[in-house]
Design a protein around this ligand. Structure first.
Ligand code: MN
Length: 132
């Protein structure tokens, strides 16, 4: 079974690019345009992995992971920060907040799927590869 992946991202260009790459690789994608919607979707839709921006209106990415962690219904899945915050210390800050990985924008499209699949069990990987 291929993973269902939730993208929480306020920037439409980044959101569309990540969605395109994941769908082209065979994944099922859900999208949320801000952290508050994303937190609700994560709890209701129970995705297999979450990709989350950090800087967003309404609720930022750090508050999304905190909100998930303190919710009794939350069954933990890999949480990947994809963010323009890529100064010294930003990676550590994201990992300390509860993210499993920190990927800097701009993403590298040729590497992105394997970076994400590293956090998926074999049974949830699509096995599909983009042609270059
Ligand atoms: Mn943003």
């Amino acid at each position: 079974m291929r993973a269902r992946i939730l993208i929480i991202e306020d920037d439409s260009f980044s959101r569309d690019l990540v969605k395109f790459l994941l769908e082209a690789a065979g994944y099922s994608v859900l999208v949320a345009e801000d952290g508050n919607i994303g937190l609700s979707m994560a709890l209701v839709s129970k995705p297999d992995l979450i990709i989350c921006d950090l800087q967003m209106p309404v609720m930022n990415g750090y508050d999304v992971v905190r909100g998930l962690a303190k919710n009794a219904d939350w069954r933990r899945v890999p949480l990947i920060a994809v963010t323009a915050f890529s100064m010294r210390g930003d990676r550590e800050k994201a990992l300390a907040a509860g993210f499993d990985e920190h990927i800097s924008k701009p993403i590298a499209p040729e590497n992105f799927i394997s970076q994400i699949e590293a956090f998926l069990p074999e049974s949830l990987r699509s096995g599909r590869r983009l042609r270059h």
